[in-house]
Design a binder for this molecule. Structure first.
Ligand SMILES: Nc1nc2c(ncn2[C@@H]2O[C@H](COP(=O)(O)OP(=O)(O)OP(=O)(O)O)[C@@H](O)[C@H]2O)c(=O)[nH]1
Ligand SMILES: [Mg+2]
Length: 460
């Protein structure tokens, strides 16, 4: 990574397409000079953080490109920590591109994806977890997902990490004393160091435990609707979406392709797939559809097995129940408007080892029981009640770094408890420090940083 950032970068920061306003963003030590070259009427009294109304003119031929609002954020009080200019111009597909071209003609270079955020990170304006939270806010699928990211952007995770890092450093310092001055009466006992490491491990474990839920909010949870033909999978999808998304017909074998839609269940993003009904068939397209069903069922985190209340438990449902023992699952007995005498079906499903609380009955036609299906899905998606305002791990990268940190801390405990030399424990702690620092980015390699920032959108 280029730490010096001699060049000035630019990009359109708003989404492409029709819109009232678009923003062209410029960052770098030439940002102010570029603004002065393009802005009309010319002025030499630019105040930081103040909007100015004027024209942007092409540096090539002086042609007026647009009327816009321009703002200069002087370093270091800007998003990237460098001089930043934002040109708020008219939206649409042409004007922002013309303005960007003018900015490039005036001396900026096109930014890479995530380059603004990377500069913010390198210049110390934010740490890596905060930069990642910006990406998560942009990608948020529900208000709750956005809220998890906003809490992280506000520094909840960074603050928690700062505390954990500080305690780890203190423990490392204590060990150093024990290594360097083993005979010093003030050198800490192994036992007291072990206690401190264990306390830290507990703190980290709490964060790791929050990851199951945090990731559900960030990434959503994949659910597949599976069962024999005609049991009402597509009808159930439509009823849950309140939208006639999938074709429903009384002919068995209607659905062939997977139909995927996103549902918002009290803030939990649920990506739900309707699939081809399972049966023995020689129809070529249907055979392909059924193999897609099997792949979707395997890939989903929750499987909903649907049974037709009129027909009772069929061989396809039996196979699905047997195959899903290790998985989160719900059994929905559908079409209870046609037959509500379902005790026999429930008994059979229970006998196959399905939990009572995982059996729901509903009618896609009348809407009866749909609220129960949604509640059961939410309960399955989240492992415990959670406070959205508290610090929540939502990123698998953070989760893995914390898991590895705790493994190294455990190694240190084992080393100390076995009475092995303290300098071996010091190495374990150093490894823990390296892992922990990946979250804030302190110990992240250039390669890792490049990988993370390159996933950001352009102009971020
Ligand atoms: N009375 C009643 N009919 C339903 C209900 N759910 C679905 N049906 C009917 O059952 C038939 C099959 O419904 P679909 O939703 O197409 O079933 P599917 O499981 O998607 O079928 P395939 O795609 O062919 O596997 C249609 O005629 C629906 O109107 C229900 O709860 N009550
Ligand atoms: Mg269908």
């Amino acid at each position: 990574m280029d730490q010096s950032f001699n060049d000035t970068i630019a990009a359109i920061a708003t989404a492409p397409g029709r819109g009232g306003v678009a923003i062209v963003r410029i960052s770098g030590n030439q940002a102010a000079a570029i603004l002065e070259r393009l802005f009309y009427p010319p002025r030499d009294d630019w105040q930081s953080h103040q909007l100015y109304y004027g024209e942007i003119r092409s540096p090539r031929d002086g042609q007026i490109l647009d009327k816009c609002l321009a703002v200069l954020f002087r370093s270091p009080a800007s998003f990237t920590g460098e001089d930043v200019v934002e040109l708020q111009c008219h939206g649409g597909s042409m004007v922002p591109r013309l303005l960007l071209q003018a900015v490039l003609d005036a001396g900026a270079r096109m930014s890479e994806p995530g380059e603004f955020s990377m500069r913010a990170f390198v210049n110390g304006a934010m740490d890596l977890s905060e930069a990642e939270a910006i990406c998560d806010i942009v990608d948020a699928k529900t208000a709750a997902s956005a809220s998890v990211a906003a809490v992280q952007l506000a520094g909840s995770l960074s603050n928690e990490m700062d505390k954990i890092e500080a305690e780890l450093l203190n423990i490392m310092a204590a060990i150093t004393v024990a290594v360097d001055f083993p005979d010093d009466a003030d050198a800490p006992e192994s036992e007291s160091i072990i206690q401190r490491i264990n306390a830290l491990k507990q703190k980290i474990a709490k964060l790791i435990n929050s990851a199951a839920n945090g990731r559900v909010y960030r990434e959503g949870i994949h659910v597949s609707l599976c069962g024999a033909v005609n049991v009402g999978k597509s009808s159930l999808l439509n009823a849950l979406l309140q939208n006639e998304r999938a074709i429903v017909s009384s002919a068995p074998g209607t659905t062939r392709d997977i139909i995927e839609e996103c549902l918002n269940i009290e803030g939990v993003p649920v990506i739900i797939s309707d699939t081809a009904g399972l049966r023995d068939t020689v129809d070529e397209a249907e055979v392909i559809g059924i193999s897609r069903t099997q792949a979707a069922a395997a890939a989903s985190q929750i499987i909903i097995i649907i049974i037709d209340a009129q027909n009772g438990i069929d061989s396809q449902a039996r196979n699905l129940i047997t195959a899903s023992e290790e998985k989160k699952r719900l059994v929905v007995i559908n079409k209870i408007d046609l037959n509500d005498n379902i005790n026999d079906i429930i008994d059979k499903v229970l006998n196959m080892g399905v939990d009572n609380k995982d059996i729901v009955y509903a009618s896609a036609k009348t809407g009866a029981g749909l609220a129960d299906v949604l509640t059961a899905l939410k309960d399955k998606a989240l492992t415990a009640d959670l406070q959205l305002q508290s610090c929540l791990i939502s990123n698998i990268r953070h989760q893995q770094a914390l898991i590895k940190t705790n493994q190294y801390l455990e190694d240190a405990v084992v080393t100390l408890a076995a009475g092995m030399p303290v300098d071996i424990a010091a190495i374990d702690l150093e490894n823990a420090w390296q892992e922990l620092g990946l979250i804030s980015g302190k110990t992240a390699s250039e390669e890792l940083l490049n990988t993370i920032f390159s996933q950001f959108c352009l102009g971020k």
